[in-house]
Design a protein. Sequence first.
Length: 202
Amino acid sequence: MFWTGSGGALILNKPFVESEHFLTPDRHTVPWLEGQGLGGGIDASVGRITGLQIGHFLIKNPEAVFSRAADGAFASAESQGNIGALILEKFKIILDYKNNRVILEPNARFDDPIDYNRSGLVLESVGENYQTFKIKAVAEDSPASDAGLRVGDTLIAIDGQQVSELSLSELRFKVQRAKARELLVERDGARLKVPLKLRDLI
């Protein structure tokens, strides 16, 4: 059984990860930086699995979070994990309450690849109206760390466009879907132009 609700693709709970031996030495993974909340970080890695079968639909090569959490929802054996928005957005979803069922119809994005964080950045919106964007985390050995970006840097512009004109979702999408971007960041009162060359991390 799987729950839904995350913004990512797929989260697999620790008991399921262990029983199915997902974390083998030959599986390439990176730390799950996005797993941060009010209670702190979640011990997990991100990699890819061959596919996810939902009914007669096969989602090929999706990203998956492999939980090592000692407690909480991602350590529960009551479900195998969580199917998130990056998978569900591939379908038109019909909730048939009368017959207690969910109907999935693939849409035009069904065959689109699911890309994981290609920058190594985790951004958060803060301040009045949440229009200030700060770097919350930087992955090791990633485009962000190679470019010298740091936790706490404030993002001012991307390719000359003021980020205050964008929502957090729009900003993440703009960073994700590119080969390279030029960021303007503020650090300790100084503004720095930072070239960012993106690549796949998994």
